[in-house]
Design a protein around this ligand. Structure first.
Ligand SMILES: [Zn+2]
Length: 68
């Protein structure tokens, strides 16, 4: 199976280095949709989601400081 090009109707999630991509995700997607649900969540992570994970990280750091 040739993994060097994204397949029509399949998730276009790419892995690898520039010029050496593979498209390992074989999930079906609707016409005009680039990624499956899982990978779309990774590619288009909403800003509030980024803020929340950032806040979670700093929270873990301050917890460590208190514990130390
Ligand atoms: Zn995918």
């Amino acid at each position: 199976m040739d993994l060097s090009l994204p397949r029509p109707g399949r998730c276009k999630w790419a892995e690898g280095d520039t010029g050496n991509y593979t498209f390992p995700c074989n999930q079906r997607v609707d016409a005009g949709v680039s990624y499956c649900t899982d990978h779309r969540a990774l590619v288009y992570m909403p800003p509030e989601e980024r803020r929340r994970s950032k806040a979670a990280n700093s929270g873990a750091m301050s917890f460590k400081r208190i514990a130390a």
